[in-house]
Design a protein around this ligand. Structure first.
Ligand code: ATP
Length: 281
């Protein structure tokens, strides 16, 4: 059950990063995105700007298409054999579905963190951080690797806890630490955008809070889009919010989107008000 909302912004616990990372983030814009699995349409003309320097939360009841929309944003939807889509997704000025655009280029610029932490359990903590470099063809000299590991673990809010055991396996960390390790791994390829699909749903409240602090610290550098079922979390971590709904078997669509404070405090649509106040979903 969702409850009344705490709109207080989070205070960072640690400074974000060590100053080595570039300022960044880029605005991600979806225009008239529709999606299908086979003949079944699950998203209807979704348009949304996810601004640089900002956290955008995607909220809505189960099955309304939030994860599908998120997966379209980094070209994962097309990996499902029956899946198709229409519309446009732009990262800055680039059409990520444009002719000749390679999936690996998109994945490099738009990282993703999943519901269940998925580090490589037998690889060391340090190797986990750099694991994505090879996959995306990112070149980092051997000498620069240690700095990159420290930088990314710091930005992910994990450095202080693991600095003395970088050679231990990633699988030996707690669930919350593993999730921050996955965030560090995503950051190592220097993405402009980080997509997070219910990143805290498998975590306890303390680990959840820690991830929320990490999100708060990262947003200066990386555009963040997060799917969450937790309304208090959406209110705490996001500056913008989009409310998705799929009514009576119709495809999911955005009922309304805007500044989080307005979506929670003064929504334009009664359905949004009912949802954010826990009256359904
Ligand atoms: N691989 C798939 N094949 C067929 N249908 C799918 C597939 N993935 C999702 N769907 C359907 O697409 C619709 C949207 O699902 P999606 O997972 O995007 O919703 P969601 O809002 O993220 O839900 P939840 O909050 O429960 O994760 C649902 O009706 C779902 O059953």
């Amino acid at each position: 059950m969702h409850t009344a909302l705490d709109l207080e912004p989070l205070e960072p616990l640690e400074p974000s990063g060590n100053g080595h990372h570039p300022p960044g983030g880029a605005t991600l814009s979806a225009r008239d995105v529709s999606a299908w699995f086979g003949d079944r349409k699950v998203l209807e003309r979704v348009s949304l700007d996810m601004n640089a320097g900002s956290v955008t939360a995607l909220i809505g009841p189960s099955g309304c298409g939030k994860s599908t929309f998120l997966r379209i944003l980094n070209r994962m939807h097309e990996l499902v054999p029956s899946a198709s889509l229409a519309g446009e997704v732009r990262l800055g000025d680039d059409d990520i579905y444009g002719a000749g655009r390679r999936i690996t280029d998109t994945r490099k610029r738009i990282g993703m963190v999943f519901q269940k932490p998925n580090p490589f359990p037998a690889m060391s903590i340090a190797e986990n951080v750099t694991a994505g470099l090879k996959l995306t063809g990112t070149k980092v000299s051997r000498g620069a690797r240690a700095d990159l590991v420290e930088e990314c673990l710091t930005r992910a809010g994990l450095w202080a806890e693991v600095r003395d055991r970088l050679r231990q396996p990633g699988g030996a960390l707690s669930g919350g630490q593993q999730q921050r390790l996955c965030i560090a791994r995503s950051l190592a390829v220097r993405p402009d955008v980080l997509l997070m699909d219910e990143p805290c749903s498998a975590l306890d409240p303390t680990s959840t809070r820690r991830i929320e602090e990490t999100i708060h610290d990262l947003r200066q550098d990386v555009t963040i889009v997060i799917v969450t079922h937790n309304m208090q979390q959406a209110a705490r971590v996001s500056q913008h919010c989009a409310f998705f709904l799929a009514e009576q078997g119709t495809p999911g669509h955005i009922v309304e989107a805007g500044p989080t404070e307005r979506i929670f405090g003064d929504p334009a649509d009664e359905r949004t008000s009912d949802y954010v106040n826990g009256r359904f979903g």
